[in-house]
Each structure stands twice: as structure tokens, then as C-alpha cells.
Design a protein around this ligand. Structure first.
Ligand code: SAH
Ligand code: SF4
Length: 389
């Protein structure tokens, strides 16, 4: 696309720089891990570790500091001990782009050859939503999704998921963690990857992000989107209390098998049953059905009526997503009048069905456009890159 955009190379000025390979980074540890790291390193005796971890936690997650020297209620001697053994650091921001509509996208290098994209979208949710990635690439091959063309490189760690929020907060200038008037109010796991194939790390990251003495984004403002990994729905709800979003896109198995091949493993009847049983589902905590509008494929009035029938009785919102094109994509976006007619049928059936305005298309930051250059490397290549870094 030819729309004007702003691209800044920030590789030379990330807060704190990439962590030295030899010192552990405290920035993305859970409270329990933080405490254990202090004891194991000898930085704090077991009886003091909890208090010390709480102090550090506030500095790292409430104030967002990346330098032990700024931690003014910790003695100078202790700060020196900490600085000898640990770092508090951000990963490298390789590229930052700002769309004409205010959407921001960061390409973040977590480790050599491990790059992910994170997108901030203003005016979504209460104030603005951060779309985070859970994997580098994806094992699933939904035919309309750009990420699906990038083979899975690996799962992100909890720390790497949290780092995406920290990088966004750095750039938005949102430290210390504000109680009100936040620009980053919601988190959606709708970036690269399938979060339910990385549930342990997504769960640990949510524990950190939602902690009240830190970033403090409530679990009710965190949405996990899945293509339909049915056996993980119950564990997701129990472990995280996250809001659920389901990438539905089709109302019959024949079409959904093509669009979302995972459907062959977990067909619609199983998926719908799994959603009905999602812990905590109620009118106040509805599931969001995402439905990408593909011209001539799934966008007829009959499809809209079939959708209403399929999800009958489920407390739900429906999010119609105009298809976002990417280079070589085999689909086109439905016409605007077709999308409106589709939405009208859903509205008449009593569903709020906002049409998601495409955001950040000019910087390939919209839904399903994310993809990084990271490719699966042989272990030997990864070691070589790590040695060079
Ligand atoms: N893997 C998860 C979360 C990431 S995808 C999932 O599939 O739900 C986030 C959302 O973007 C999903 O609803 C996905 O179906 C949608 N999406 C993917 N490619 C898209 C595209 N090209 N245009 C519009 N939406 C797309
Ligand atoms: Fe993976 Fe989601 Fe894209 Fe499907 S839509 S390929 S599950 S990221």
C-alpha cells in the first residue's frame, strides 16, 4: 500500500538495550520466580526474599524502571548487589511504525532470530487495546491469515509476552501505572500465533499483567482469541478468567474446514459445546465471535441467518472483521453494502455486531496481517547468532 507512514529505526535507543546474555532479566518473572531468583543467587536470604521481591515488583511493574539505581527505597549496597547479578531490561525494538490513524506497531526482537509484532490500537475497548503475540509464527494454516503462512518458530515465554506490554507502555509514556485515564486499557491476544497452544505462558503472563501492584490491567479487560482449540477452553477459563473470543468465520463444517483447517480436528458441534461450557460465561461476560468477511465466500444473508441459528442461546457479541489483504492473499474483502446487510440481520436477531473498522492497514498492522521474517533456524544457526549478538 502506498499510504504515508512514519518509520523510525529505534534499534540504537531501546530502554536498557538488550539484556547481556549472561545475567538473568528480572523484568518478566512472576512473583514466585522473582523470589526464587533472589534466594538462589544469594542476593536475599529466604526470610527477606518476599519483602525484597515486593519492592522490586513495584519498581519493575508499577514504575516501569529499567535501572536498579532508580530504586530509591532499596539501599545503595543492595542495589549494587542486584546490579551485579541481574538486569531489568527490555528486548530490542527493531522497528516502530505509526499509522495515519494512530495505530502503532512495534517489531520486537526477543532473541536472535526471534521477532514478533505487537500493535497498539487507540479508541478500542475502554481507551486503547494492545494486540499481543503469543507465538512466533503459527502451526495452524488458516487460509485468510498472513501469520498462517509463517511456520511456527517457537512459543513465546511469559516474559516475552509481558515485554510486549512493557515496550508499549514505554512508548506511550504510561509509567507509573496510571489508575485512571489510561491509553492502554485492554489487552487482546490477537497477534501472531495460537494462544491456546501456549497456555502455560499466556497464563503466567496474565498473572503478571493483571497484578494490582503492577501493570494492573484487570482480567476482564484481557481477551484471548482462539481458532477453536476445544480441549483448552475449560483450562483457559479456569486458569486465567480471560474473556473469550472465537474465530468462527464459517457456520458449516465444509467451509470452516477450508478456512480454519483446525476445524477438521474440532468440528463446529464440539466447538459450540465447548463454548457453552466456558467458565464464567454470562450476559456480563459474553463470548465474542469473530467473523472475517470474505467476498463471495461466507458473506451471504443465508450465512448470516445460519450464524444466528448456530450460536442461539450463547451470551455473545459478534465482531465482523473486514478481510485485511496481504501480499498474495487468495481472498477479497466483502463489499461494504454486503457487510452492512449481514450486520443488519444479526442486529435484528438481537446481537450487537459492530463492524471492526480496519486499523493500521497502511502499516500492515491490521488483524491477520502480522508476520515477521523469523524463520525456523537449525539449532546450530541459532547458537551462532547468539554467539554473535
Ligand atoms: N490465533 C488466534 C489469534 C490470532 S488471529 C485466532 O485465530 O483467533 C486474530 C484474529 O484475526 C482472528 O480472529 C483471525 O481470524 C483474524 N484474522 C486473521 N487473518 C485476517 C485477515 N487477513 N483479515 C482479517 N482478520 C484476520
Ligand atoms: Fe494462526 Fe490465528 Fe492466523 Fe489461524 S488465524 S493461522 S490460528 S494466527
Amino acid at each position: 500500500m502506498s499510504a504515508p507512514m512514519l518509520t523510525l529505526d529505534l534499534a540504537h535507543r531501546t530502554a536498557g538495550g538488550a539484556p547481556p546474555a549472561n545475567l538473568p532479566n528480572l523484568a518478566g518473572l512472576t512473583r514466585a520466580e522473582l523470589q526464587a531468583a533472589l534466594v538462589e543467587s544469594g542476593a536475599a536470604p529466604p526470610e527477606k526474599a518476599k519483602m525484597r521481591a515486593s519492592q522490586l515488583w513495584r519498581w519493575i511493574h508499577h514504575y516501569g524502571v529499567v535501572d536498579f539505581a532508580a530504586m530509591s527505597d532499596i539501599s545503595k549496597d543492595m542495589r549494587a548487589v542486584l546490579a551485579e547479578r541481574f538486569v531489568v531490561a527490555r528486548p530490542e525494538v527493531v522497528e516502530r511504525q505509526v499509522s495515519r490513524d494512530g495505530t502503532r506497531k512495534w517489531l520486537i526482537r526477543m532473541a536472535p532470530g526471534i521477532e514478533v509484532e505487537t500493535v497498539y490500537i487507540p479508541d478500542v475497548g475502554r481507551a486503547g487495546a494492545l494486540c499481543v503475540s503469543s507465538q512466533v509464527g503459527c502451526t495452524l494454516n488458516c487460509t485468510f491469515c498472513h501469520t498462517g503462512t509463517q511456520p511456527l518458530v517457537r512459543n513465546l515465554t511469559a516474559a516475552e509476552i509481558v515485554a510486549q506490554v512493557q515496550v508499549a507502555r514505554d512508548d506511550l509514556g504510561e509509567w507509573p501505572s496510571p489508575k485512571e485515564d489510561r491509553r492502554l486499557s485492554n489487552i487482546v491476544f490477537m497477534g501472531m500465533g495460537e494462544p491456546l497452544y501456549n497456555l502455560d505462558n499466556v497464563g503466567a503472563a496474565m498473572d503478571i499483567i493483571s497484578d494490582n501492584e503492577g501493570i494492573a490491567i484487570s482480567r476482564r479487560r484481557i481477551t484471548v482469541s482462539t481458532s477453536g482449540v476445544v480441549p483448552e477452553l475449560q483450562p483457559l477459563g479456569e486458569r486465567t478468567q480471560a474473556m473469550l473470543a472465537i474465530s468462527l468465520h464459517a457456520t458449516n463444517d465444509e467451509l470452516r474446514d477450508k478456512l480454519v483447517p483446525l476445524n477438521k480436528k474440532y468440528p463446529l458441534a464440539e466447538l459450540i459445546a465447548g463454548i457453552r461450557a466456558y467458565p464464567g460465561l454470562s450476559n456480563a461476560r459474553r463470548v465474542t465471535f469473530e467473523y472475517v468477511m470474505l467476498k463471495g465466500v461466507n458473506d451471504s444473508p443465508a450465512d448470516a441467518r445460519a450464524l444466528v441459528k448456530l450460536i442461539q442461546g450463547i451470551p455473545a457479541k459478534i465482531n465482523l472483521i473486514p478481510f485485511n489483504p496481504w501480499p498474495g492473499a487468495p481472498y477479497q474483502c466483502s463489499d461494504w453494502s454486503t457487510i452492512e446487510a449481514f450486520a443488519a440481520i444479526l442486529n435484528r436477531a438481537g446481537y450487537a455486531s459492530p463492524i471492526r473498522t480496519p486499523r493500521g492497514r497502511d502499516i500492515l498492522a491490521a488483524c491477520g496481517q502480522l508476520k515477521s521474517e523469523s524463520e525456523k533456524l537449525r539449532a546450530s544457526e541459532r547458537r551462532r547468532l547468539a554467539a554473535e549478538a
